[in-house]
Write a protein that binds this ligand. Structure first.
Ligand code: ADP
Ligand code: MG
Length: 608
């Protein structure tokens, strides 16, 4: 074993920096949080080239005294935490005293600051964490920090950065969430010289949300609120018709801090259980206020997760706030499915307030059903939800209706014909329940799951590369608001998704306009499929198993739906593929067909 030595300070700083500063958006987050903690009323954020070359954060907060300017950049230097007791009741966003040291270690930093009431400010510059200049300087009250050439001295990290567009997207979503977190602070975000966001800072949740998300909620904000002795919730939830293909527009804030929480997410979605379809997600901007001692923010290094002392109460508060908002909008909430104790099975309609009274002793009925977060089954939702109507209709290049079943047969076959499959004669008897094809084949009866079979055919075609997408051009492009990050990911991968049959164009910073979709995908699935694609593409460049997931998602959406009647030609086409033995399982591993032999049938009738 080599001799154990203490790490050089600079090396230790670089290692620590890797944990705090992953990309430009993490720098922006830390700097803006410092400004918020400094009591700023106005914060301006400016970036160039995705923040890689230039980030500036200016605030009118308390400033830093000349004596403290250098100290602020030391590791574990903080003015926010004095002793272990303080850790239990943190009211500031920062407290670890790591951020400035970490940022300075991997960039060129310039700070201009003047304490409130001080005659003079101070200017400090650092390069790779080393102070290169400290001098008195003219500065307005408050602090400006400029970060240039991020990761200039850590080339390995630099290599991991995505495109400027992707990094800008990530910064924009960080700023969006910080700006939403504090309606009392005026935020301005400037990207490559252009103002992207500006909030008034008038303490009004509605003006803040409208300024940042106006378009998102144009279909309607619903006021949501609830409060009891432990927790209060206020803010907005989106109408069911404004539900989205992903969760990027679900914002939760706990005591002014943006957090991610499966608990809160489940509470919200449970409230929409009967009003939206599987795969669609409600939007929200909800502010929770809880006693600091009832919530632990110290569980996650990036501080985006928290632990609640009373999870059930928190769940109920969000659930009832959202349900109450929906009730007001709809007049009544159909909450029949929540009644365990009803003695008849007839459908019930009840006002939320009444519902709450009945269940106040045991609101955990709702909570328990959600104890395993995220387990809301597809069947549960789709069984209750009304089908969503889409007024847009694609007009195919050849003028055909894409839902026509004879057209589906065309997709199954492409250029092939029945005779291409070496299959002995079979006879399609018909279709049962609009799901199962019944076939007589070589002395047995076969049942084929038509959706699973079609899905497999698509998947194999995509995988083998001989999928020639037939694109449907949309006369009216479909606008999908996927959020800044997903939008950047899609645009960066536009040639790949073109191969799949989509063409997308930038439509504002956080949306894409979709001009073509694969002709076998329903227009109403566009946003969901693109969201799935983003999810897969976001981890890194598409690799084999990731591509499989992408293909699975597309195949599933493209496959004819169970529950829809099919024409005989379509049934025969599918049966031919299955009987030729080329398909056995759908891409998700479910069987495509099963056989009932003559002897099984004979046994059933006591013939043998
Ligand atoms: P932390 O925020 O965890 O305390 P940082 O490294 O982010 O650690 O900041 C170190 C200290 O520098 C803070 O505790 C605060 O005293 C001071 N500071 C940083 N940014 C600002 C700012 N914009 N205005 C006033 N003080 C600041
Ligand atoms: Mg900080």
């Amino acid at each position: 074993m080599p001799k154990i030595l203490e790490l050089q300070q600079h090396l230790a700083d670089l290692i620590a920096a890797g944990e705090v500063v992953q990309r430009p958006s993490s720098v922006v987050k830390e700097l803006v949080e410092n400004s918020i903690d400094a009591g700023a009323g106005v914060i301006t954020i400016e970036i160039s080239s995705g923040g890689m070359t230039y980030i500036r954060v200016t605030d009118d907060g308390c400033g830093i005294g000349a004596d403290d300017a250098k100290t602020a950049f030391l590791r574990h230097a903080t003015s926010k935490l004095r002793d272990a007791d303080g850790l239990a009741a943190i009211g500031t966003l920062g407290f670890r005293g790591e951020a400035l040291a970490a940022i300075a270690a991997v960039s060129r930093v310039e700070m201009l600051t003047r304490e409130h009431g001080a005659d003079e400010g101070v200017s400090l510059t650092l390069e790779g964490g080393v102070v290169t200049d400290l001098s008195p300087g003219g500065s307005p009250e408050g602090t400006t920090i400029i970060v240039r050439d991020l990761f200039f001295n850590t080339p390995a990290r630099h290599k991991f950065m995505k495109s400027d567009r992707a990094e800008s997207g990530s910064v924009a979503s960080v700023v969006l969430s910080l700006a939403l977190s504090r309606p009392d602070i005026s935020f301005r975000f400037i990207k490559d010289g252009k103002t992207q966001y500006h909030t008034p800072g008038d303490s009004r949740i509605d003006s803040c949300v409208y300024n940042l998300l106006g378009r998102e909620f144009e279909a309607g904000f619903l006021d949501a609120e609830s409060s009891d002795e432990v927790i209060s919730v206020e803010g907005f939830v989106g109408t069911p018709s404004a539900a989205r293909g992903n969760r990027s527009y679900q914002f939760f804030f706990v005591n002014g801090r943006a957090i991610r929480s499966i608990l809160l997410q489940s509470a919200l979605e449970q409230a929409y259980k009967n009003s939206i379809l599987t795969g669609r997600f409600p939007s929200c901007v909800l502010y929770l206020t809880i006693k600091p001692s009832d919530v632990d923010v110290n569980v996650h290094p990036a501080k985006t997760e928290v632990k609640f002392v009373s999870e059930k109460q928190v769940f109920d508060s969000v659930y009832y706030a959202a349900l109450g908002a929906l009730e007001k909008a709809q007049g009544v909430v159909q909450s029949a499915s929540l009644f365990d104790n009803s003695d008849d099975n007839s459908f019930k309609v009840m006002h939320v307030e009444d519902f709450r009274k009945v269940h106040v002793a045991e609101p955990s009925n709702v909570y328990k059903s959600q104890a395993v977060p995220g387990l809301r089954t597809a069947g549960e939702l789709s069984a209750n939800a009304p089908a969503q109507k889409h007024t847009l209709k694609p007009v195919g290049s050849a003028g055909h209706d894409v839902t026509d079943s004879s057209e589906d047969a065309r997709y199954i076959f492409s250029a092939d014909s029945l005779t291409d499959f070496h299959v002995s004669p079979f006879r399609v008897i018909g279709e049962a329940l609009n799901v199962y094809i019944i076939v007589e084949y070589e002395g047995s009866v076969w049942f084929i799951d038509k959706h699973a079979a079609h899905e497999r055919i698509h998947f194999d075609a995509l995988k083998s590369g001989d999928y020639e997408p037939m694109s449907e051009s949309l006369i009216i492009p479909v606008v999908c608001r996927l959020g800044h990050e997903s939008t950047a990911i899609l645009l960066d991968n536009s040639s790949f998704i073109e191969e799949l049959g989509f063409t997308v164009e930038s439509f504002g910073e956080d949306s894409v306009a979709v001009r073509h979709i694969p002709s076998d995908i329903d227009i109403s699935d566009t946003e969901a499929v693109l969201s799935d694609l983003c999810l897969q593409l976001s981890s890194s460049s598409p690799e084999a198993n990731q591509l499989d997931s992408i293909y699975k998602a597309i195949a599933c959406k493209a496959a004819i739906k169970a529950g829809r009647a099919s024409g005989m030609r379509e049934l025969e086409a599918l049966a031919a593929r299955v009987m030729s033995g080329e398909l056995s399982h759908c891409p998700h591993g479910r069987p495509v067909a099963f056989e009932m032999t003559k002897s099984t049938l004979d046994k059933g009738f006591g013939r043998i």
